[in-house]
Design a protein around this ligand. Structure first.
Ligand SMILES: Cc1cc2nc3c(=O)[nH]c(=O)nc-3n(C[C@H](O)[C@H](O)[C@H](O)COP(=O)(O)OP(=O)(O)OC[C@H]3O[C@@H](n4cnc5c(N)ncnc54)[C@H](O)[C@@H]3O)c2cc1C
Length: 435
């Protein structure tokens, strides 16, 4: 019998477990570990609460843990509760699927001022992530800025601009809904260092901005290259640019809020009297390689809340080689070292959609299978040894039944018509279990 530990229960972890289960069948036991008592990673804490159809992918993940060879072991942090070396002693292979939960820094003066938050923090706050429940982002000013030109920036701008009614059917956490309802923010500026052709925003997410109850997108037609230049774009990107062009061609309406796309704008510094008041940006242009080149012209964008959505990095784990530039574990095709692998964002860095993690997980599972074929036997203890170690250390691990009990209680607490009542403290999750 082989024993595999998949560390991380986001999409990459589940797809890898699914693939290992298919490859090894009854010849392996697969444990999916997570630092939280409940699984799903960014499906729970990242994907926007008003995108419920995407969050529904978790139902497919549930099926994986219903297989007899796959177990969930939650509330265990690898790197502090148990080391990777210890896991390697207990399991035939360890697959790190821990994602990239840390915000990349802007690297400009003023980024530590109150009022400047990373998108992982802000997104975590409105999604009920226990680490960010107390973020309390300042929503009392009239202007906010979101730095970045990807879908996460769009999520943040949209969430800041929606009305309470527009969150109907979402699972936004109550504390965020209440605070957003009281928000005074009327203008959200979305800053991008380069132009419309260089965005990493997908058509569906962009188009949504054209249908908000009280907010309109504002795009400057002067930012676009000539229309013929769009022909060279791949079809999805061309669709996105068409949507932006439509926004630019739409006359201003009377909606009270605006989401302003400020292209060719590079953040230089954040200033304010003890807290963020505005961001100084430098006007840029594209150089011959398509990179942003400063023009020397600077101007101020008012913002008392600044959300930086410029990418993520995986955390360091003792003894695991790290690729500083890529913000991920150093690996070759998913292999880090003997019996140690990485998948998902921990392998590739923070790019791609949920679906991108599927081929990734399958590829790494194949690699594992090629190194220890089904039928070959290992002699490690797996979950039995891990649970003994956790008990010795007083770590209260959760299992499949615990996780479902927690979710049932959460659903039971929700009042009709109100957002789902989520627990935002790990202690509360565990209290539900009577421990
Ligand atoms: C704000 C945001 C919105 C997104 N929206 C979409 C969308 O609408 N559509 C789409 O297709 N994609 C979206 N994505 C991308 C998608 O979420 C990622 O592709 C996917 O979640 C990456 O999967 P992963 O398993 O590598 O990482 P994650 O989903 O981050 O999972 C990592 C897991 O590892 C656990 N973990 C971390 N450290 C440890 C540790 N030391 N010990 C044990 N466990 C640990 C975490 O708790 C987590 O459960 C979004 C991403 C973000 C950030």
């Amino acid at each position: 019998m082989r024993h595999f530990a998949v560390v991380g229960s986001g999409p990459a972890g589940f797809y890898t477990a699914e693939a290992l289960e298919k490859a090894f069948g009854e010849n392996a036991r697969i444990d999916i570990l997570d630092r939280y008592p409940v699984p799903y990673g960014l499906i729970r804490f990242g994907v926007a609460p008003d995108h419920q159809s995407l969050k529904a992918v978790s139902k497919r993940y549930d099926k994986v843990t219903e297989s007899p060879g796959v177990d969930f072991i939650g509330n265990v942090t690898i790197g502090s509760d148990v080391s990777v070396d210890e896991l390697l002693g207990l399991y035939d292979a360890v697959i790190l699927a821990i994602g990239a939960p840390h915000d990349r820094k802007l690297g400009i003066p003023g980024e530590d001022l109150p009022g400047v938050v990373g998108s992982a923090e802000f997104v975590g706050w409105y999604n009920g992530h226990p680490d960010f429940a107390d973020l309390d982002p300042p929503l009392g000013g009239t202007h906010a800025a979101v730095i970045g030109n990807g879908n996460v920036a769009l999520d943040c701008a949209r969430i800041l601009s929606k009305t309470q009614d527009e969150f109907g059917g979402s699972d936004i956490v109550g504390h965020a809904l209440g605070a957003l309802d009281q928000s005074s923010i009327r203008t959200v500026t979305i800053l991008g260092r380069r132009g419309p052709h260089q965005i990493a925003m997908t058509p569906k997410e962009l188009a949504e901005l054209g249908h908000l109850a009280e907010a309109s997108p504002v795009v400057d037609a002067a930012d676009f290259p000539p229309a013929e230049a769009d022909d060279a774009l791949e079809p999805g990107q061309r669709k996105s640019i068409n949507i932006l062009r439509d926004f630019a061609a739409t006359p201003a309406d009377s909606k009270p809020k605006r989401m302003v796309f400020d292209f060719f704008a590079r953040p230089v510094r954040i200033e304010g009297d003890g807290r963020a008041e505005h961001i100084v940006v430098e006007r840029t242009e594209l150089d011959e390689n398509g990179a942003a080149r400063g023009t020397g012209e600077e101007y101020e964008v008012p913002a008392s809340l600044i959300v930086s959505a410029i990418g993520y990095a995986s955390p360091h784990i003792e003894g695991v080689p790290y690729d500083e530039r890529g913000g991920k574990f150093a690996n070759e095709g998913g292999r880090i070292a003997d019996r140690l692998f990485a998948v998902g964002w921990a392998r590739r860095g923070p790019t791609g959609t949920i679906g991108t993690n599927r081929p990734d997980g399958y590829e790494v599972a194949e690699l594992v299978a090629s190194e220890m074929p089904a039928g070959s036997s290992g002699d490690r203890e797996g979950a039995v040894g891990l649970k003994r170690l956790l008990a010795e250390r007083g770590v209260m691990a959760t299992d499949y039944d615990d996780w479902h009990k927690i979710e049932e209680v959460e659903v039971g607490r929700a009042r009709p018509g109100s957002p789902r009542e989520k627990f935002v403290r790990v202690e509360d999750w565990l209290k539900t279990l009577g421990r």
